[in-house]
Design a protein around this ligand. Structure first.
Ligand code: ADP
Length: 445
């Protein structure tokens, strides 16, 4: 239907079809009903837009609309028999008439207007209507594409080979292309752009995330290697140096030789203990190991750690004070607990300026709990940083700038050890003022 100047007219094809089937032409906003045929065509603005109908041009390879010229009829009137039982459109087909249009099938030559009308008639008579896909369906399809991309890439992230990710990406983009084509074969005009954009963006985002994760894993691995080389190098250097001296100087005084042998022994034990601790924590957190269940005194544990940290603290002229420790026993793996407390102490020393004080304090807590806190007057941290310090390899900016070596792995291990022992760890800190790490631990029963 065309509309203009408050006049509306049905298209020639519709009028022709109406003439063949009779009856009324019924209208609703969504369709026009003529005889047995319901024509899906939405009315936008009655006197402005009229109604649209997509024409299905009968494919040329199937003969298209048969054309019979007047000259042919004149020469051979029997040709008129071809018209029996058919609707016939009569019009001018010459290009020069000006009544022609380019259609999707018209290659280079415009199609005469009369043939277009006939094609529209065919579309109506055969009920071969092309309808728009509903926007809700299109939106749902886009959501599905995005969801599928997220799921597929989530599942294959990590160590799977690249070709799986590539195939998945290809399959998702292909789906976004196939659906509009498949829908068209089912007479639905499915917009191509939304699905294509969704697929391309979703895949691009997923690939970007995968690349970032890979990058993260690489840096984590590098940091772990840094840690191993840094932490293990000190004892190894001592062992190497001492053993070289012993083998080079055969005539070494007995006392000196003994001292070196002891040093080698102590350092290799330290190395073994370090390796043991990391393996234990890894196994514990993987659920492959049960915690040892020893009983040990809190005061004992603390004094052993303070003793070990003392040498380090003296270098910075930092005083470690132990204030009041309740007389109680803990239960668990003493070696791991020692690692945890020692780590808090060395961190307190490491992240404090010279000639300050580190205070260790214990107090009873509610029920069967005891609190052990390590307080320092060091560089401190803000709340945002506090929330992240238990992540593996995280270091605050001030810590990095302090020039103190570290890997950001210690506290993540401390937290695992403490939680494996049924305890918790709390942190209070203020930039420039100092920090207080408190372990809330279960007493042995
Ligand atoms: P590392 O000391 O090797 O960097 P940790 O896991 O022990 O690793 O600590 C993580 C980060 O937490 C440190 O890099 C530092 O930024 C911060 N941190 C830990 N203890 C303290 C402390 N007592 N004072 C200030 N910052 C601390």
């Amino acid at each position: 239907m065309k509309a203009g100047g408050h006049v509306r007219r049905w298209s020639l094809a519709l009028e022709a079809f109406h003439a063949t089937v009779g009856g009324p032409i019924l209208e609703s906003p969504e369709e026009v009903v003529v005889g047995p045929v319901r024509i899906p065509s939405t009315l936008k603005d009655e006197y402005v837009d009229g109604r649209m109908l997509r024409i299905r041009y009968p494919p040329v390879r199937m003969g298209g609309i048969p054309l019979v010229s007047i000259a042919e009829l004149d020469a051979n009137p029997a040709t008129a028999a071809k018209f029996t039982g058919k609707a016939v459109f009569v019009g001018v087909t010459a290009q020069a008439s000006g009544d022609s249009r380019i259609t999707p099938y018209s290659n280079t030559e415009p199609v005469p207007g009369i043939e277009i009308n006939a094609s529209e008639y065919e579309t109506i008579a055969r009920g071969m209507f092309l309808v728009d896909a509903r926007w809700l369906e299109v939106a749902l399809f886009c959501l599905l594409l995005a969801g599928a991309t997220g799921t597929v890439f989530g599942l294959i992230s990590g160590s799977r080979p690249d070709w799986i990710a590539n195939t998945a990406a290809g399959a998702i983009i292909l789906t976004s292309q196939i659906l509009p084509a498949a829908a068209f074969l089912e007479s639905t005009v499915w917009p191509w752009l939304p699905g294509t954009l969704t697929a391309v963006f979703a895949v691009a985002l997923a690939v970007r995330r995968a690349l970032l994760t890979a990058e993260n894993e690489r840096t984590r691995y590098q940091k772990a290697m840094q840690f191993v080389t840094h932490e293990m190098r000190t004892p190894l250097t001592a062992i190497q140096g001492s053993s070289e001296l012993i083998s080079r100087y055969g005539q070494m005084p007995e006392a000196k030789r003994k001292q070196m042998a002891e040093m080698i022994n102590a350092e290799s034990k330290r190395l073994a203990r370090m390796i043991e601790t990391f393996l234990s924590v890894e196994r514990l957190s993987a659920g492959q190991m049960e915690l040892k269940q020893e009983r040990f005194g809190l005061a004992d544990l603390v004094s052993a750690c303070v003793l070990r940290a003392q040498a380090y603290a003296e270098r910075k002229e930092i005083q470690i004070l132990v204030e009041h420790l309740p007389d109680c026993e803990l239960q668990g793996d003493r070696e791991l607990m020692e690692y945890a407390v020692y780590n808090l102490l060395t961190n307190a020393v490491k992240y404090s300026p010279q000639r300050t004080r580190v205070t260790v304090m214990g107090e009873d807590d509610k029920g069967d709990r005891v609190r052990l806190s390590v307080h320092d007057q060091g560089i401190g941290m803000d709340q945002k940083e506090v929330r992240r310090i238990f992540e593996k390899f995280y270091r605050t900016r001030t810590a990095e700038q302090s020039g103190e070596l570290g890997t950001g792995i210690g506290l993540s291990i401390v937290e695992q050890i403490v939680t494996q022992h049924g305890g918790t760890i709390q942190v209070e800190s203020e930039p420039g003022k100092g920090s207080c790490f408190t372990l809330v631990l279960k007493r042995a029963i």
